[in-house]
Write a protein that binds this ligand. Structure first.
Ligand code: ATP
Length: 237
């Protein structure tokens, strides 16, 4: 479509302090409202890329814009457009669900909005648990709290860093349902994963990252056709 991309990444490179090249010139446009899965093995550079877009890691070269603003020069503007769901729960385990999510909104400088927080908690099936401490919740519920936290300041874009790494099949399906529900709110979703089935299940587009390079990016149906064809060829030879 003619719409400008919500995130634009141009020739992005990252060389860490020890000389390691984590990103080697990535180009990527993220479309408003899409679910994009970034598929790649451990150490491919997925977290590095997300961290740069979120303004947490400095790029070595190239340019990233979010909503038309440069992530380095205009950090405040871009950060407030983004929700980040990290791999690990780093929140106070003795705090309640509702305080955790409310506090997160405040951190982004947004005014109080109890009705919105209630809606987010209800959408994530956390409302009944609102007065529970995080330490009392199951692993799946804790992951939901991370998502609620990331949504509390009403971001346009949501990054989920390996939302289903190391979780069982039931919880994985559960998370897929949550993502599917979020799509209906119009938020753009980017998730990283090691699992091709996950990309196949929930994404509109799939990008494959390996050793700091975006090897390919395709609409899911096109990619699955190609992979299917390759598999077929393997079977024939
Ligand atoms: P995973 O699936 O394990 O999360 P990833 O695709 O997200 O992997 P990154 O976390 O971006 O990969 O890491 C890419 C590479 O950069 C890895 O080899 C990692 O060891 C290296 N790396 C990450 N952070 C640093 C750092 N601060 N200093 C040096 N090397 C780093």
């Amino acid at each position: 479509s003619g719409k400008p991309p919500v995130v634009s990444i141009r020739n992005l490179t990252k060389v860490y302090g020890n000389g390691f090249k984590a990103l080697k010139g990535v180009d990527l446009d993220i479309r408003e409202g899409e679910i994009l899965a970034l598929l790649g093995p451990n150490g491919a550079g997925k977290t590095t890329m997300i961290s740069i877009v979120c303004g947490l890691v400095n790029p070595s070269g190239g340019q990233v814009t979010v909503g038309g603003h440069d992530v380095v020069r205009d950090f405040r503007a871009t950060r407030s457009m983004i929700g980040l769901v990290p791999q690990e729960l780093t929140t106070d385990q003795f705090e309640t669900v509702i305080n955790t999510v409310t506090f997160s909104r405040g951190l982004h400088g947004k005014g109080k909005n109890p009705a919105l927080i209630e809606q987010i908690l209800k959408d994530l099936s956390l409302w009944e648990k609102r007065d529970n401490m995080l330490r009392e919740l199951s692993g799946g519920m804790k992951r939901r709290v991370l998502i609620a936290k990331a949504l509390a300041h009403e971001p346009r874009i949501l990054f989920l860093d390996e939302p289903t790494a190391g979780v069982d099949v039931t919880l994985r399906r559960d998370m897929w349902q949550v993502v599917e529900k979020l799509r209906a709110t119009g938020v753009t979703i980017i998730l990283t994963t090691h699992y091709i089935e996950e990309a196949e299940e929930i994404a509109d587009r799939v990008g494959v990252i390996n050793a700091g390079e975006l090897l390919l990016i395709e609409d899911k149906t096109t990619l699955m056709k190609k992979l299917g064809a390759k598999q077929l060829r393997l079977e024939l030879t």
